[in-house]
Design a protein around this ligand. Structure first.
Ligand SMILES: Cc1cc2nc3c(=O)[nH]c(=O)nc-3n(C[C@H](O)[C@H](O)[C@H](O)COP(=O)(O)O)c2cc1C
Length: 232
C-alpha cells in the first residue's frame, strides 16, 4: 500500500502537523505501508490563475510550470493520500489551498448529479486515492474545526474519494512544546497516532474507541488557555 502525505504547514518539519504525521507514518510503515511525506512549503506551487487550460487546451495538464505536475502524479499513484494542514483562520493554510485549487486537472469540466443530490464534476480517472484528513489548531476546543471539516468533506465529493479517517487535534502547539510536564501526555498521544496509522492501513478506518481517545483534550481547557496566555 502506497501512502503519500501532503503537509501544508508553512513550518514544514518544525510544526505540530509534522509531529502528528511522523507518529502516524510510523504506525503505517510498521503495518506494512510504504510512505512518502511531502512538505508543500518546500515545493514551488503557484496560485491557480483560473484559465481552465487544464480543462480545455491540455486536458488534465496545468499551464503553470512548477512542482504541481509531479505532485499530482504522486497523488494519483497513491492508495491513500493524507492531506494535512494546520487550521488558519478556520480553514486550511494558503499553501494547502493552492494545492487544492491546483488539483483541478484531476477532474473534468462537465457537471453531473452526485449521490448526495448535489452537482459535481465528472471524474477524469476511474479511481482516486482514499483520503485521510489531519489538522491541528491553537484553540482548545474540537469544534474549532467545524468549517474546515465541512469544506474538506464537500471538496472531496468532486474526486469521488472516500474520506476514511479524520484526525483533528486542538491544543496543537503543545505537540512542539519541550516542557517536561507534557512529556508523558505527548508520548501517550503519539502512541495513539501510531495505533491509528496501523488501523488505517489494516482496516482502512480508525475504530470508534481509538477515535474517542484521539479526540480527548491533551490537558484541561482552562489550564491550556491559562498557559497559552502566560506564554505570550
Ligand atoms: C495565520 C494564522 C491563523 C491561525 N488561525 C487559527 C484559527 O482560526 N483557529 C485556531 O484554533 N488556531 C489558529 N492558528 C494557530 C495554528 O493552527 C496553530 O499554531 C497550529 O499548531 C500550527 O500548526 P503547525 O505548527 O503545524 O504549523 C492560526 C495560526 C496562524 C499563524
Amino acid at each position: 500500500m502506497k501512502i503519500t502525505v501532503f503537509n501544508g504547514s508553512p513550518k514544514a518539519n518544525r510544526g505540530s502537523t509534522h509531529v502528528i504525521i511522523s507518529a502516524l507514518l510510523e504506525g503505517m510503515e510498521k503495518a506494512g505501508a510504504s510512505t512518502e511525506n511531502i512538505l508543500l512549503a518546500q515545493k514551488k506551487i503557484g496560485h491557480c490563475i483560473g484559465c481552465f487550460t487544464c480543462w480545455t487546451k491540455t486536458p488534465g495538464k496545468c499551464i503553470l510550470k512548477d512542482d504541481m505536475e509531479g505532485l499530482l502524479k504522486k497523488y494519483m499513484a497513491s492508495d491513500i493520500v493524507i492531506l494535512a494542514s494546520p487550521l488558519y483562520v478556520d480553514h486550511v493554510t494558503g499553501i494547502m489551498k493552492d494545492f487544492m485549487d491546483r488539483s483541478l486537472p484531476l477532474v473534468c469540466p462537465q457537471f453531473e448529479m452526485g449521490d448526495a443530490g448535489q452537482t459535481r464534476h465528472v471524474s477524469r480517472y476511474g479511481k482516486y486515492p482514499s483520503i485521510v484528513w489531519v489538522s491541528n489548531c491553537g484553540f482548545p476546543e474540537k469544534d474549532q474545526f467545524a468549517v474546515l471539516q465541512l469544506a474538506c468533506e464537500r471538496d472531496i465529493r468532486n474526486n469521488k474519494a472516500d474520506i476514511i479517517a479524520q484526525i483533528y487535534r486542538s491544543q496543537g502547539p503543545l505537540l512542539t512544546s519541550d516542557s517536561p510536564e507534557f512529556e508523558l501526555i505527548l508520548s501517550r498521544y503519539k502512541e495513539l497516532l501510531r495505533q491509528a496509522g496501523a488501523e488505517i492501513v489494516l482496516k482502512r478506518k480508525i475504530s470508534a474507541n481509538l477515535q474517542a481517545e484521539l479526540d480527548k483534550l491533551l490537558i484541561p481547557e482552562d489550564e491550556y488557555s491559562k498557559g497559552a496566555n502566560e506564554s505570550w
